[in-house]
Design a protein around this ligand. Sequence first.
Ligand SMILES: [Zn+2]
Length: 482
Amino acid sequence: MLKKCPLVLASALLLATSAQAQNIPKHVAAEATALRDQAMHDTIAFDLVESLSMEVGPRSAGSAGDKAAVAWAVQKLTELGFENVHTEEVDVPHWDRGTLNANIVTPFVRSLVATSLGGSPGTPADGIEAEVVRVESLVGLRALSNDELVGKILYVDHEMQRAKDGGGYSTAGRIRTCAHYIAAERGALATVIRSAGTSEHRVAHTGTMLNKDIPPTIPAIALANADADMLTYQVQSGKPVSMSLLSTAQHRPREKSANVIGEIQGQGDLAHEVVLLAAHLDSWDLGTGAIDDGAGVAIVTAAAKMIMNSGDAPRRTIRVVLFANEEFGLDGAKEYERNHAASIKDHVIGIEADFGAGRVWRFSSQVADDALGLVDEIHALLAPIGLERGNNKAGGGADLSPMRKVGMPVFSITHDGTYYFDYHHTPDDTLDKINRDDLNQSVAAYVTVAFVAANIRDDFGRLQPYTRRERTCSAEDDNWVS
Ligand SMILES: [Zn+2]
């Protein structure tokens, strides 16, 4: 008896260790690896983003392009053999940018490359002409004396920083969505910002100017970086600088759009559970929405299609949701959470692709603590194609946020965003910016993760549901960390 004890102990230890290390059964890991490697040489994703960006093109919420995109997605998912292909109606705003003419009038006349921000009202029919007041930040804006902006045009000259993880966008985006409210309260006639983008080309970056859906009251435009340099130069000359703006932007009646959904239905006792693969179907209107978010549409659809082609039905249902109107209010995501409130508890994981088409380099999670070992095992399958293990604080993407708030765990598979903000929301967001090999490497990561999540018995637990107030444009929220 005594002699046997160490052996018994040792085998008990071995059993415990191997049980911990085998959240992913060997055959599932092997098949995921095979799909991963196959994705590197596939063509589905590129074909999809090519079709969407070339045949549909710009598709901002409520536009004719938006409706064409919904029809395109239904047709593609059907042709590809998805099950339960359907639309779920979403009520969306319809903003029309019209035309914009922006000029420096004094001291040196220049016409400017600029674009209206999404949601901007137009100018009066005879335009606006006023002196420019320049600041570099919201702090600088808040520090102006109360009457300094009355009858003036505010210019916020913040240069967005380039970063692999896109980190510079947070500050730049906050300026885009907040500066005009503060300026309007102080009597400004309009707001001009340096684009929330890193492009060295002479293109301006659009994007929503809404915060908490509060209607803006003064026009707001963004300048191309080169044109912001010009305006800054003139302001720094010390002479008074004035600008003229003429914009016909306007809100039109709300329209109907739709989330487009297709599935690979699961088989067996976990079939009611859902692995949610998400992207957004809408795009801004200036480019053809190839990287934002045609690439995402292509990546998640291609990943699901590869799993469909691989043979047996997954244990869990894989659901591809192409969301309506992410860019201008997240209406599709909010509607999905309302429509599916009763079954969000069965959504075991959400994964969204909405950060372009660069190579993916990091795999992060937001799952229950006791699922972290499983996530590490999934990461081990991604490490050979270049992914680091991120932390357990992943946001999961804007469209997943309503579901995350009620407990759905999420993964973030992060693309290299070094150049993403050169093209984001500009006329340069076109197909030629997408490299096939990089796109395929992204698909490889998504297909690996989705296949494993859909075919293992374990899940990722639930997150603590939370409700908290939304970030406002007040000074106390400037340093908000989400
Ligand atoms: Zn996007």
